[in-house]
Design a protein around this ligand. Structure first.
Ligand SMILES: [Zn+2]
Length: 226
């Protein structure tokens, strides 16, 4: 088993396994979604993964503050674009510069009060045929068997840049990506060919720590195969 080497670039900690990482894993982009981070760290340390780069806290200052925005008052996930001046975004871009990952798994938490917890995931590839191997459907059934419901409905009613409709917890965003002006890490990565696909799970923030851990473990298992 290749060793995990923990590095730091301009205050951003990142983990590297192997010499040819095709998997990028991210968490802590929004500081108020810190509840999944410890479970992701634990999963990565205790399971055999293919070569990867993992950034536990994409925005360490936001995680420290436990707020969506970072210490400079910016939503880091709107800062990944041309002409960016936000230091945390620049440092993250430099960490993955020149890499070509097959897949980026970026964990977020859904903070909306939906009454009952409901998870969903965004899936984007540069082709239009997402989830063609069926692993995400298996994941949904596995999660349901443990009592976790998938969202059917709108992802976010307040953010004008969102407003996608999830069907069985799944939001596919295929397309021809040429414009990174929206500023999300995900779009930036696709446009700049840093990765070909992203999977962005939204774990319900209202779950208990034990439930978050269980959900993260199940998601990892299927995401690695999808
Ligand atoms: Zn988020």
């Amino acid at each position: 088993m290749a060793e995990i080497i923990k590095k730091n670039h301009k205050g951003i900690e990142y983990w590297v396994k192997g010499t040819n990482p095709k998997l990028l894993i991210l968490s802590g982009t929004h500081g108020d979604e810190y509840g999944v981070i410890e479970h992701i760290r634990e999963y990565i340390e205790n399971n055999e993964l293919p070569d990867f780069i993992y950034v536990p806290e994409v925005s360490p200052s936001a995680v420290h503050l436990k707020t969506r925005k970072n210490i400079n008052g910016v939503d880091l996930n709107r800062s990944f674009k041309k002409g960016v001046t936000e230091p945390e975004a620049i440092a993250n871009m430099e960490i993955v510069q020149g890499q070509h990952f097959d897949k980026c798994i970026t964990f977020h938490e859904d903070l909306e009060d939906r009454g009952v917890p409901q998870y969903y995931i965004y899936d984007c590839t540069t082709c239009s045929e997402n989830d063609n191997n069926g692993y995400l459907d298996q994941m949904r059934r596995d999660l349901l068997s443990k009592g976790y419901q998938a969202l059917n409905g709108i992802d976010d009613t307040e953010d004008p840049g969102l407003g996608h409709v999830a069907v069985d917890g799944y939001i596919s965003i295929p397309g021809d990506y040429t414009d990174d002006s929206h500023g999300t890490y995900e779009t930036w990565g696709i446009v700049n060919k840093v990765f070909k696909r992203y999977l962005n799970p939204e774990v319900p923030s209202m779950l208990s720590p034990a439930q978050k851990k269980e959900m993260v473990n199940i998601m990892f298992k299927y995401f690695l195969q999808a």
